[in-house]
Design a protein around this ligand. Sequence first.
Ligand SMILES: [Zn+2]
Length: 77
Amino acid sequence: MTSAEPQPPHKLAALLGPAEPEIGCAECFAVVDRYVELELRGDGADREVAGMRAHLAGCPACADEYLSLRELVARER
Ligand SMILES: [Zn+2]
């Protein structure tokens, strides 16, 4: 059950620095399932959904949503 430990988004953002585009909550909500899907496939989620990681780093509500969704999807495979 602990096989897919989610990595805290703020850590990734700190590695990349602040010069990233950032999306808003509405857009984040619209693409979060696709983002999780791409990420779990190792298919360039941050390239496909630019600005997502930056938003997750700065928005606890969306980060929470993202983490639960990711956990859910990871458990289904
Ligand atoms: Zn948000």
